[in-house]
Design a protein around this ligand. Structure first.
Ligand SMILES: Nc1ncnc2c1ncn2[C@@H]1O[C@H](COP(=O)(O)OP(=O)(O)OP(=O)(O)O)[C@@H](O)[C@H]1O
Ligand SMILES: [Mg+2]
Length: 324
């Protein structure tokens, strides 16, 4: 039984969060089923639901239809069930605390409102590519049991005058109708000031409209905007967010942890994880993860049962030779 599900189960119990408890229980049951421990899975299921039939312990998360553009042709956002968990991520302790607090706080918004304290509802994630911003937004949605609505900035930005702001309105209208985690991913594409003089007026209008919508944003959803081009953002944008979380590159310690975690499922005697992590210094988590997958892939393609140091060295050479 994986530690991650057990931890989630215990945390849910401590917080009296029944949905989170059921979700963790369901994952444990599904894991036992996948291992073919069918009798145990059946017993666990009937302990929770009172029935041993393979009914879901957690009601399926209802996914709404996404908001569409004016013609009703293109979805302006992608609505999905979050898959990632906090435990899948390797982050520094401060960031883990900040993310966990955001999720805990979300569950207590009613109380926060009652006490007249402003909610933290609009959050900015920034940092270099591949360090976990999108994944963390997904993990928060999972933790609080809400669908993730990822805004498709490419679909929102329209070449028709005034249409980009209208599309933003459509998204904010949609968000007002339910509880989601709304992610403006790679959000700089909307906020960056372009040099092109002909577009300048329209970009300014879009930013002003967005700021107004951000200011007016209320309701039961959590809004997260993520960027890896923080220097391109309009300064007025920063202070509109209730909190700003930084996602730095992986430390050597984090790379070691991530390599160990990803190689756990395969045999890798004689592999020097410490030295490999040290070579990846300054690289993002996504690079470290790719190194682990590539090393495993090399061993599979070579019909070997174990990953060898040579596989890791080759994967690291490739990772160091490309941009991240
Ligand atoms: N902190 C992390 N811990 C574990 N895996 C990570 C972490 N950060 C990134 N990854 C891995 O790298 C992949 C890319 O990460 P993610 O998309 O979350 O990065 P990002 O910060 O949103 O990047 P970008 O700025 O390019 O959008 C993820 O699928 C995940 O598997
Ligand atoms: Mg991202």
């Amino acid at each position: 039984m994986a530690g991650r599900e057990l931890k989630a189960l215990f945390r849910a119990y401590r917080e009296g969060d029944e949905l989170a408890f059921r979700r963790a229980a369901q994952e444990i049951v599904e894991e036992e089923e996948a291992k073919n421990h069918l009798a145990l899975a059946r017993d666990l299921r009937s302990l929770i639901t009172g029935s041993s039939s393979p009914l879901a312990i957690v009601p399926e998360m209802a996914l709404p239809d996404p908001p569409m553009d004016r013609e009703g042709e293109w979805p302006l956002a992608q609505v999905r069930r979050p898959e990632k968990h906090f435990e899948d991520l390797v982050l520094n302790g401060k960031l883990v605390d900040q993310l966990q607090t955001l999720a805990d706080e979300y569950r207590r918004w009613e109380e926060i409102d009652r006490r007249g304290i402003p909610r933290r509802q609009r959050i900015l994630f920034h940092g270099p590519p591949g360090c976990g911003k999108t994944s963390a937004a997904e993990a928060i949605a999972n933790e609080i049991g809400l669908p993730l609505v990822v805004v498709r900035i490419d679909a929102v930005v329209s070449s028709y005058l005034g249409e980009t702001a209208s599309n933003l309105h459509r998204i904010f209208d949609f968000v007002g109708k339910g509880s989601w985690v709304l992610l403006f991913d790679e959000f700089d594409a909307l906020g960056k000031a372009r040099d092109d003089a002909t577009e300048h007026g329209e970009v300014k209008r879009v930013i002003t409209a967005f700021l107004q919508m951000l200011d007016a944003f209320r309701g039961p959803s959590l809004l997260i905007a993520a960027t890896n081009h923080d220097h391109l953002l309009d300064p007025a944008l920063w202070r509109r967010f209730d909190d700003v979380l930084e996602f730095p590159r992986a430390t050597v310690h984090q790379s070691r942890k991530l390599l160990r975690r990803r190689l756990r499922a395969v045999h890798h005697p004689g592999v020097d994880i410490d030295a490999s992590a040290a070579r990846l210094k300054g690289k993002p988590h996504a690079a470290v993860e790719k190194v682990a997958w590539d090393a495993i892939r090399f061993s599979v393609l070579d019909d070997r049962a174990a990953v060898e140091q040579g596989d890791l060295d080759r994967a690291i050479d490739q990772a160091l030779a490309r941009p991240w």
